[in-house]
Design a protein around this ligand. Structure first.
Ligand SMILES: *[C@@H]1O[C@H](CO)[C@@H](O)[C@H](O)[C@H]1NC(C)=O
Ligand SMILES: *[C@@H]1O[C@H](CO)[C@@H](O)[C@H](O)[C@H]1NC(C)=O
Ligand SMILES: *[C@@H]1O[C@H](CO)[C@@H](O)[C@H](O)[C@H]1NC(C)=O
Ligand SMILES: *[C@@H]1O[C@H](CO)[C@@H](O)[C@H](O)[C@H]1NC(C)=O
Ligand SMILES: *[C@@H]1O[C@H](CO)[C@@H](O)[C@H](O)[C@H]1NC(C)=O
Ligand SMILES: *[C@@H]1O[C@H](CO)[C@@H](O)[C@H](O)[C@H]1NC(C)=O
Ligand SMILES: *[C@@H]1O[C@H](CO)[C@@H](O)[C@H](O)[C@H]1NC(C)=O
Ligand SMILES: *[C@@H]1O[C@H](CO)[C@@H](O)[C@H](O)[C@H]1NC(C)=O
Length: 410
């Protein structure tokens, strides 16, 4: 507890110094770490303005990645990094936030051999004093993304990189996006955060990344395909979300999905990684029917008109219904019948498993004639936030010491 208090005090001291910076008109903060001080530019894909990180941190060094890693598919914010060769803990401070509000915070990393050592590091991320996740950079050209949904307790938040003695921590970009309180209600208050494991958009080509402005919340939806097995289903009609939707998937994501041949299942799995201490998962599955329902009795033949009272439309040719199981148990109690061009979501925690992986299966029911259709998936790791000290008065002595040190330091 004493140790935790010390961290908390350092946290408070850390935010006592530095320059202020405002979120933009959307409430977004988009930071290109390693960009020269006072530089800004407009990102080509999103039209969002990225700013230098100099006003959010006063430690670390700027580097450009090696030119061989700058290719057309790599966004500009990956071209440079800030690295932290000194100090066990280096933190960015994001200010002018609304205490008690919910935010999405995203960090990205591309090593790109910026230091010429060809030694990708392993380090830890913290939100303030709370462990978020480990980052294991094993491929110099790979783009790594860490994202968390969290409620801030103050008007600022710190994102910290901790040196584990396994290489120098570095960072390429840092984004903050505000979320309405009604979104992701599992993150009810500051005691629970959710770290993104995967956010997948089924049924699009591998080059398609959906984010802002198609998603007003600027979530990044990665393409999800299993080409040998799955078929792409898509529509040009937009998909509506129900009123008061808690997840608000963008239509661009819902308009595509993955299915299979009739009678077959949709299966995928995820492995329990070493990035978290003991992960427990929260999963959101997104569904919408994309195939137009068959027209009722298109060419009525008077002689073959069904008798009054009998079923005049036979939709069995196009009936989609499926169940959802994880590691063999029924994860969702009922079956799912996706509604035409209307989003529905099935969400919840997973049971802890003794396996090293989770196997999710959408299986057609006996009376279904179409295979399951999956439009999108989000998988989160649930983080329980450690108790924060409520009284910052204990920090005054340390604050005094630091002031003294600053006064006498050469
Ligand atoms: C950045 O801008 C601020 C205020 O406009 C100025 O005081 C500072 O000298 C600038 N820094 C650099 C490195 O240009
Ligand atoms: C970005 O801005 C340019 C010029 O204002 C505009 O032509 C383009 O459509 C915008 N792109 C997006 C994704 O909003
Ligand atoms: C990175 O490259 C840009 C030019 O592309 C240059 O202006 C900048 O000074 C370089 N930064 C470092 C840290 O070398
Ligand atoms: C880091 O990732 C690499 C490649 O995936 C893996 O071989 C290695 O075991 C990981 N290290 C740790 C400490 O997780
Ligand atoms: C935070 O939300 C959880 C879940 O809704 C609830 O159990 C807990 O009491 C809340 N904590 C506070 C401090 O409001
Ligand atoms: C729609 O699906 C078809 C295959 O069924 C595919 O060829 C096409 O590229 C898809 N279109 C989009 C926009 O994803
Ligand atoms: C609907 O048509 C299918 C064949 O396409 C048939 O097997 C089924 O019995 C029919 N159902 C009804 C209620 O007519
Ligand atoms: C289809 O069959 C399942 C059982 O396999 C049943 O629960 C469901 O109600 C049936 N749906 C319809 C529309 O008949």
């Amino acid at each position: 507890m004493k140790f935790k208090m010390l961290f908390w005090c350092l946290f408070l001291l850390g935010i006592s110094f530095g320059v202020h910076s405002q979120p933009d008109s959307l409430g977004f903060i988009s930071i290109d770490c390693g960009l020269p001080p006072n530089s800004t530019y407009v990102d080509k894909i999103t039209n969002l303005t990225y700013v230098s990180d100099a006003q959010f941190i006063d430690t670390g060094m700027n580097h450009n990645v090696s030119g061989v890693y700058i290719t057309s598919g790599v966004s500009k914010h990956y071209y440079d990094v800030r690295s932290f060769p000194t100090g066990p803990r280096n933190c960015y401070t994001l200010r002018s936030l609304t205490a008690g509000s919910k935010y999405l915070i995203r960090t990205t990393f591309m090593y790109g051999d910026y230091d010429g050592l060809n030694k990708p590091p392993i380090f830890d991320l913290y939100i303030g004093v709370n462990f978020w996740r480990r980052v294991n950079i094993s491929d110099a050209s790979k783009l790594y993304i860490a994202e968390v949904i969290t409620v801030v307790t103050n008007s600022y938040i710190q994102v910290c990189l901790l040196d584990k003695g396994q290489g120098t921590p570095f960072i390429s970009s840092l984004d903050l996006r505000p979320l309405k309180p009604s979104l992701y209600p599992a993150v009810a208050n500051a005691s629970v955060s959710m770290s993104l494991h995967r956010r997948l958009n089924a049924g699009v080509d591998d080059s398609v990344l959906v984010r802002y402005p198609a998603d007003p919340h600027d979530r990044m939806w990665e393409p999800f395909n299993n080409p040998g097995d799955w078929t792409q289903v898509n529509t040009t009609s937009s998909v509506q979300n129900p009123p008061n939707d808690m997840y608000e998937p963008p239509s661009a994501v819902m308009q595509t999905g993955s299915s299979n041949d009739p009678g077959y299942q949709i299966r995928f799995y995820w492995l329990i990684g070493a990035e978290y201490k003991s992960p427990s998962y929260f999963v959101v599955l997104y569904f919408a029917e994309l195939l137009e329902p068959p027209p009722p009795n298109p060419n009525p033949d008077p002689k073959k008109q069904p008798k009054k009272g009998s079923d005049s439309t036979n939709n069995t040719k196009q009936f989609r219904e499926f169940t959802i199981s994880i590691n063999g148990y029924d994860w969702y109690a009922s079956s799912v019948v996706p509604q035409y061009l209307m989003t529905s979501e099935v969400y919840g925690y997973t049971q802890t498993t003794t396996y090293s992986q989770y196997n999710l299966m959408l299986a057609p029911t006996d009376n279904a004639t179409l295979a399951p259709l999956l439009n999108a998936v989000e998988i989160f790791v649930v983080l329980s936030t450690a108790d924060l000290p409520t009284d910052s008065g204990d920090c005054m002595f340390l604050f005094f010491l630091r002031s003294l040190y600053l006064a006498i330091a050469p």
